[in-house]
Design a protein around this ligand. Sequence first.
Ligand code: SF4
Length: 210
Amino acid sequence: MINEAIQQQINKGEMLPLMEEFYTIQGEGFHTGKAAYFIRIGGCDVGCHWCDVKESWNAKLHPPTNTDTIVENAKKYANTVVVTGGEPLMWSLDYITTKLQSLNLKTHIETSGAYPLSGKWNWICLSPKKTKLPLNEIYNEAHELKVIISNNHDFKFAEEQAAKVNTNCELYLQPEWSKREKMTPLIVEFVMKNPHWKISLQTHKYLNIP
Ligand code: SF4
């Protein structure tokens, strides 16, 4: 049970339900291969059936953690911090990103865009989901659009989403891990016919790192 004082700190982003934090290599999308400190915040109601972090969904399972402590931990490592989830925009991220940027750390987010954008970001990776579509406000802010391809219909969804982002946004298609053998050849074919798209692979899973 969270008391009122803690709830107020959560509301202000001074505490966050931290699931895990770790230093690794960004495995996906535009920044693939770069060292980064990952902060995974609990809580998500988007409900992707293929989600590979279902244990993140229930925020109550993840202890409210002092944001200053998370920032202190992050600054010991790389100069890039990736905030992910869960769906991190369920929480106010103004406080943590202001602190991180004041230390000259680059702030990146991985989000479905289903909640209002908070925080100051050097890189926004928007990964829209059919089950809970992004809010309109985020399309213009995204630096990267990453659509997960699990079936043939997802290509149409990807093009619909690409029509909404800004013209500088990088476009990525990424096979859903459990369908990668079936979908990767289809993605290769699609990208060769539609070269404004690029392929993103979950290279961290091939490298066997977090
Ligand atoms: S948005 Fe992300 S964390 Fe939430 S269910 Fe989908 S894949 Fe999982």
